[in-house]
Design a protein around this ligand. Structure first.
Ligand code: GDP
Length: 300
């Protein structure tokens, strides 16, 4: 799985990696080169502060070591990037609960890949021999519930859905109730994400969570973000984290972007680890996030 993650990431990030490594291989790493390094990191969506910090530390270390050996400079860059991505964060999914189903709430703006992620994650959990049940709490579009049900049958798990326009909280409640009744291991609830109306979204998501909590704890709140949306995605993330306690990020569409630096920016700004990454539209295109594999792929 990690090998595949690496291969996919290399494919999408090599523009970034190649230009960085080319820069670091210059005979003379002068002021212009450092500027270009900074620009490259900014273009990869690493964020202003982390970029400045990284470049400052790298410059300092290059100066202290007095080494211009490109291999050494590369090794230093790898170290500094890895520190920024933070390998010490706990990225495991909280999907084990004693005596009841674990409840995973999946939130995010429409179009980021929420439903697809629920489907892919269900497949991963089924492969781990878990009984999974899906709840289609996006009741604003009939198509959303249909799409989730299709994913459910594709990976062989039941989906609780109700008519379009039903109160999302009641669907979430019914899904968790069905999960408890059926003694499943994990209930995953897909939600709507119309950010156009922030007050409504707050009310709705807050209510979904409260209603679930009448029967069970919510073990994991996964916020799905589209890696190609850059700073805009970060702003969305902030809105969601004000409404629900986000416990993990799923970063989708990392296969289509050289802006992997967004991982660092997200973790910094939200204080929440990236736990999973989406690497394509297919059922197997979801991988656990691993800091070292990720940085290696960035620098390939
Ligand atoms: P939702 O509205 O947030 O539920 O988004 P969907 O799950 O319907 O996904 C929106 C589109 O993004 C669909 O065409 C998906 O196939 C696509 N998509 C989802 N995840 C990924 C990913 O990791 N990579 C790519 N390339 N496309 C993705």
């Amino acid at each position: 799985r990690l090998a595949r993650l690496r291969a996919r990431l290399v494919k999408s990030n090599n523009v970034f990696g190649r230009s960085l490594l080319a820069l670091l291989s210059s005979d003379q790493i002068d002021e212009d080169v450092w500027d270009e390094i900074e620009e490259t990191l900014l273009m990869a969506d690493l964020g202003t502060e982390p970029t400045m910090e990284l470049v400052d530390r790298l410059r300092e270390r290059v100066k202290v070591e007095g080494s211009r050996d490109p291999d050494r400079v590369r090794a230093l860059l790898r170290e500094e990037l890895t520190t920024l991505v933070d390998p010490s964060l706990d990225r495991s999914l909280n999907v084990r609960a004693a005596g009841r189903p674990a409840v995973v709430l999946v939130v995010g703006v429409n179009g980021v890949g929420k439903t697809t992620t629920v489907g892919k994650l269900a497949r991963v959990l089924v492969a781990e021999d878990k009984d999974v049940l899906l709840g289609a709490a996006d009741t604003f579009r009939a198509a959303a519930a249909e799409q989730l049900t299709t994913w459910g049958s594709r990976v062989g798990v039941p989906t609780v859905s109700r008519d379009e326009g039903t109160d999302p909280a009641s669907v979430a409640y019914d899904a968790v109730a069905a999960g408890i009744e059926g003694e499943v291991d994990v209930v995953m609830v897909d939600t709507a994400g119309r950010l156009q109306n922030k007050a409504n979204l707050m009310d709705e998501l807050g209510k979904v969570k409260r209603v679930i909590e009448k029967q069970s704890e919510v073990d994991e709140v996964l916020l799905v973000l589209d890696a190609t949306t850059g700073q805009n995605g970060l702003n969305q993330a902030k809105v969601f984290s004000e409404v629900v306690d986000v416990s993990g990020i799923v970063l989708t569409k990392l296969d289509g972007t050289a802006r992997g630096g967004i991982v660092v920016a997200i973790q910094r700004q939200l204080g929440v680890p990236v736990k999973l990454v989406g690497l394509g539209e297919g059922p197997d295109d979801l991988a656990p996030f691993d800091a070292e594999t990720f940085v290696d792929a960035l620098l390939e």
